[in-house]
Design a protein around this ligand. Sequence first.
Ligand SMILES: Nc1ncnc2c1ncn2[C@@H]1O[C@H](COP(=O)(O)OP(=O)(O)OP(=O)(O)O)[C@@H](O)[C@H]1O
Length: 616
Amino acid sequence: MSTEKQTHGFQAEVSRLLHLMIHSLYSNREIFLRELVSNASDACDKLRFQSLDNPALIGEGAEPAITLTIDKEAGTLTVADNGIGMDESDVVDNLGTIARSGTEKFLAQLSGDQKKDAQLIGQFGVGFYSAFIVADKVTVETRKAGSDKASGVRWESDGQGEFTVEGIERLQPGTAVILHLRDDARDFLDPFKIRQVINQYSDHVAFPINLLTPAEGDAEESSETLNSATALWQRPRQEVSDEEYQSFYKHISHDFQDALSWSHNKVEGALEYTSLLYLPARAPFDLYHRDANRGLKLYVQRVFIMDDAEQFLPQYLRFVKGVIDAPDLPLNVSRELLQDYGPVQKIRAALTKRVLQMLKKLSNDEEQYKAFWSQFGQVLKEGIGEDADNREAIAALLRFASTHEEEGVTRLDAYLERKPAEQESIYYLLADTPSAALNSPHLEVFRKKGIEVLLLSDPVDEWMVSYLDSYKDVKLVNAARGELDLDEAAGEAESDNPLVARLKDSLAEQVESVRATRRLVDSPSCLVLAEDQLGPQMRRMLEAAGQPVPENKPVLEVNLDHDLLKALGTVDDGERFNDLAALLLDQAMLAEGQLPKDPAATARRMHQMLVSAVNN
Ligand SMILES: Nc1ncnc2c1ncn2[C@@H]1O[C@H](COP(=O)(O)OP(=O)(O)OP(=O)(O)O)[C@@H](O)[C@H]1O
């Protein structure tokens, strides 16, 4: 342990975050107290957990507690705990860096617009650094539980880019965060204000939060406990107010916004557990990062066991926050053990059903559900592939753009209600964007017949529908694949058409086949994939992942009733015919949002066409 004072620079991201945070969170200043109290409570949780194996860690009579001390003269507010504490390397790692992937990208999104940035930073979670919203200097004194009193550490910074670390003597293990309040934050020296903020944000913290006010004038030193200090999830539902649920949500999630909804249940019987699950209103910035926090906080008989207990919910529900308290699990349960532990599988299956029910209930309110869907819809779609047992329930929660829903979105059930009885399938079309889908030549015949087509343009959609063969026993059919049986007589009779045969010859290298179609009304041609071929979205996904992708040639379908095709039939010059045939294929690719195989050749052919059109 070095005793000399050492100066360190903050990681560049921390400096930027500090700067932005101080400016954009000014109007939410009091959140710093919630964040520091949350950290103190986590530290007490961790110590209690470690002391299961090593009871000596908790000193005699030292019940875990959080102490707030106001010192008006010094202008400081101190948030202290007798939790796990930190050693020197913990301090340098935890209070000087942000070890979350995607941080740089996240910071790049911040615009300087206070309101927008405040929201974004809320999604990110500011934790300890929020101390600098109210303090122009922060001192942390800490000692790791189990180490001796000479192993204390003092960390200090004005939040301007550097911090110092030095060894100190500290009598008690645990951490004290001393805030030297800015002049405009001196209202946090008022016990009344502290009481109000703790009441609002931290009443449910499961350890006592004591407020110490030193003697002043006639008043003697005093100490009072500000919170009820019972585990909120252990209280009966009807005794917990909505405000309490919301503030508990913010405590465990570090979100600034209210949750969309929650579900609190005590399950009795052979397998007892209590769960409190929340649906957040906004996606965290790192929802798609593999190492992002996810899952629930696990407690056993109110003793905190672990964060991110991902075994209790499937991946695709990783946005759900909450706690689970399973009193029958062994206290020394580890992640590895959880994985193969029978009761955990049962709890997971039940919690999954519960979340899907919450979503179903939420979807009764279209407005609210829209908000949810825009944030988490893409993640929920992963469930179609991942969770065969609940596939139908998840499918009912999906939302799609549709040819029959001009602005909004539709559900599979609404599609089925609108569908004429004789229509045997649910049709969908995959495209890169909603507008590409709407303009696709594949829709022409569906429009003409008034048949509804769902428009899928999320990158995950192709993968997802590959797992969704049917919904309520109605098959899902890709409108751009294979031969459509919309009009049985179509196509077949014309298969030996001489123009089709010439096109086949001319394009033999590029296409699998050419055939006449009734699929098209206004367009001359379009591409169709065989039933078993990969679509362009899947292709790109596989290519991006470095996987080998089989070459597949599309089928070109042509509309023999189209003027262009009629004219093409009269072209005798072989070279000119080949150029026109190639253009017919290229424009079909463009309509799909794909680039022609040889863009330069396409440009040359178009150039020739334009010149001859202008000269005519
Ligand atoms: N009072 C404390 N006692 C012990 N360790 C602490 C304390 N406060 C902070 N730390 C340590 O510093 C780390 C960083 O804290 P910070 O609040 O910035 O982020 P976090 O709590 O990990 O993340 P978030 O707040 O976004 O959940 C914590 O993970 C913890 O290891």
